[in-house]
Design a binder for this molecule. Structure first.
Ligand code: GLU
Length: 277
């Protein structure tokens, strides 16, 4: 009996030790400090936001945010491993520890906050519509009632339309792809009439293919972009929020907008305030 109790006590002690020292429960702050390395999930098919270049490097506003925040946490650019994030795998990537953070046009929502934590917001945009350049029939979200629309799985954008127009519309009119880049050929070939997601992402596509597509420019939601990390990593949220505030204050936010967004950058005049929950 006594021996068994002793074993149990030892086992409990060992579990306790793992919980303190193991990377599973520790903050991203300690991980960055100790390893000088971070794995960060970014989009790879969204020009201006997260784009994988032919040379294997990554570019975009979110990539610049990632580099800045990593540096503030003590991780040099050479210590960052960028990993492709898709709309649908962002929460599981964080929950399973496949990435330390996700910076991928990632809207802060209450539903997602049950699974992961968010620092930020670092930018605010709205859901909008991209159409073929010669289309005059789509003037705002109401026009989509009898149109075919493409969105990305796991993204909040198609969900908003499905909630608005109902299950019949969703079954008949909505096509979902793995990413927004995959919607572009469908729009061009007239398999769909519109792509609907954040104006930021759509403006990047419109700029990439001048004369082919146009942004409708009638936003119908508020999307607050946050940085996703493990649920309940409060120290991590605080440290990243500090980094984001420094990013705003020292001019880096403005610079990242001007470098990555071109003409569209003029719509972003002042940074949002971070939400320290
Ligand atoms: N910001 C929206 C979201 O997080 C749409 C863009 C995206 O899926 O990356 O779902």
């Amino acid at each position: 009996m006594r021996f068994a109790a002793g074993l149990l006590a030892l086992a409990a002690l060992a579990t306790g030790l793992t919980a303190c020292g193991g990377s599973g429960s520790s903050s991203i702050v300690d991980k960055a400090k100790d390893d000088k390395k971070l794995t960060i999930g970014v989009k790879i098919d969204q020009p201006g936001w997260g784009l994988k270049k032919p040379d294997g490097g990554f570019a975009g506003f979110d990539v610049d945010v990632a580099k800045y925040v990593a540096k503030e946490l003590g991780v040099p650019e050479s210590g960052i491993t960028f990993k492709e994030a898709q709309s649908a795998n962002r929460e599981p990537f964080i929950q399973q520890g496949q990435v330390d953070m996700v910076i991928a046009t990632y809207s802060i929502t209450d539903e997602r906050k049950k699974k992961i934590s968010f620092a930020g917001p670092y930018l605010v945009t709205g859901q909008d519509i991209l159409v073929r350049a010669d289309d005059t029939s789509i003037t705002g979200v109401e026009s989509l009632k009898d149109k075919k629309v493409c969105g990305a799985q796991g993204s909040s954008s198609p969900k908003r339309l499905a909630d608005k127009f109902g299950p019949d519309w969703e079954a008949k009119n909505l096509t979902q792809q793995q990413g927004y880049g995959a919607c572009l050929p469908l729009l061009e070939n007239k398999q769909v009439d519109a792509i609907s997601t954040d104006a930021t992402i759509l403006a990047g596509f419109a700029a990439q293919f001048p004369g082919k597509f146009k942004l409708v420019g009638q936003p119908f939601s508020e999307e607050r972009y946050g940085i996703g990390i493990k649920l309940d990593d409060k120290a991590g949220r605080d440290a990243i929020n500090n980094a984001i505030e420094k990013f705003f204050k020292d001019g880096s936010w403005r610079k990242a907008i001007d470098t990555n967004l071109g003409e569209f950058g003029k719509y972003f005049t002042t940074p949002p305030s971070v939400d320290r929950y």
